[in-house]
Write a new protein. Structure first.
Length: 347
């Protein structure tokens, strides 16, 4: 089959389509014929040689896909009791006794991967697969799972954002940010965002953001303290000198959920300030989590976020779609940070 491979670590030009081999599904795995793959910042780091695929996962990039189930390994089929709904976009609701979702050949699905999504086929543990939500386009569903699972697990499962609280989202126009705004807004939080332009902030406002901060000339610490009395939860992708500023922007009992360090991995922290706020800082990587934890997150996403997608309260925001062979152009767009929302590759 064809996949986009990293020929050597480097800039976007090192991505090329090549023939690769992929084994069929083993126990508890599904094979999916890929329709579209989501592009993530982590893929850029992988291309540069800084973030290799974990062991047991194909070495070509791609953390999420949408597509059609084409083969099923042992113990991953849908059982007779599990056929509550059938057909495209309506996979089963759970294999009895296992808590794992069951699927059949032909189901329209989207999946969270450790790597290997820029390809015609993927093989993935069944616990990392979700049915395409009713009403969501099969292609656009490729941009859902990584951002939904990341935002849900960090902002809601770990940081416990509640209705009536304030959520500060850095990088509001990113793939991650556009989902965090929508989920925060849909679940009753007040949402503050940072971004670098008026056009990006306007897009954030349309998604439900209440406090719009252009970080190129506004101080987010001042704005969030003045307008919300501090943030209860901060979703941070910047790190570096934002760590200390995030602590100053926290409300009492506030929680910082750090998921990246685009502004630097080393930071100064005033522990006294954190203590006075009774604040918490957590940092996680979804890709590095064991399969069982990923399955738990996917199950929680299915229960809590899928209904919001099916009601239309939350939607995938797609900035651009490129043919698989133009993966280099997709990476250049991501590195420009000119996009708003998700970038997809069409397989
Ligand atoms: N830990 C995890 O499990 C996990 C999972 C998924 C994603 N992530 C991380 O989350 C981040 C967002 O991912 P994505 O795929 O959504 O990326 P993306 O769409 O490319 O967005 C990146 C955003 O970061 C902002 N940004 C970049 N450098 C910045 C800086 N120095 N200061 C302030 N803002 C900056 C840019 O916004 P402006 O144009 O407004 O500056 C841009 O919108 C990435 O770093 C990614 O690796 C982590």
């Amino acid at each position: 089959m064809r996949a986009v491979v990293v020929t050597r670590p480097g800039d976007a030009s090192v991505l090329e389509v090549a023939e690769v081999r992929l084994a069929g599904p083993g126990a508890g795995e599904l094979q999916i014929d890929v329709v579209a793959a989501g592009v993530n910042r982590a893929d850029v780091s992988q291309r540069e040689g800084r973030y290799p695929s974990p062991p047991g996962v194909p070495e070509w990039p791609g953390l999420e896909v949408s597509g059609i189930v084409s083969a099923i390994g042992p113990a991953a089929e849908r059982t007779a009791d599990d056929r509550g709904s059938t057909g495209p976009g309506a996979a089963g609701t759970g294999a009895p006794g296992t808590g794992a979702p069951g699927f059949a050949v032909g189901d329209h699905v989207c999946a969270l991967l450790g790597g290997g999504g820029y390809a015609e086929r993927v093989v993935v543990p069944v616990g990392q697969v979700l049915p395409v939500p009713r009403g969501v386009d099969l292609v656009d569903a490729a941009g859902l799972v990584e951002v939904v699972a990341t935002v849900w697990s960090n902002v809601f499962m770990l940081a416990g954002l509640a209705a009536g609280e304030t959520l500060l989202v850095h990088g509001g126009s990113s793939g991650i940010g556009t989902m965090a705004i929508q989920l925060g807004h849909a679940l009753g939080a007040r949402v503050a965002v940072t971004a670098r332009s008026a056009a990006k902030l306007e897009a954030c406002r349309e998604l439900g953001a209440d406090i719009l901060i252009d970080y190129t000339h506004d101080d987010f610490v001042e704005r969030v303290n003045d307008e919300a009395g501090g943030a209860d939860v901060i979703l941070d992708v910047v790190g570096g000198d934002y760590l200390d500023r995030n602590v100053r922007a926290l409300a009492t009992n506030g929680r910082i959920a750090n998921i990246a360090s685009m502004g630097g991995a080393e930071a100064r922290l005033d522990l006294g300030a954190l203590m006075r706020k009774r604040g918490t800082i957590r940092s996680t990587s979804l890709r590095a989590r064991p399969a069982a934890e990923k399955a738990e997150i996917i199950q929680s996403v299915r229960e809590n976020v899928w209904p919001l997608l099916e009601s239309g309260a939350v939607r995938p925001l797609i900035a651009a779609r490129f043919p698989l062979a133009e993966a280099s152009a997709a990476h250049r767009l991501m590195e420009s940070s000119d996009h708003i929302g998700k970038i997809l590759l069409l397989v």
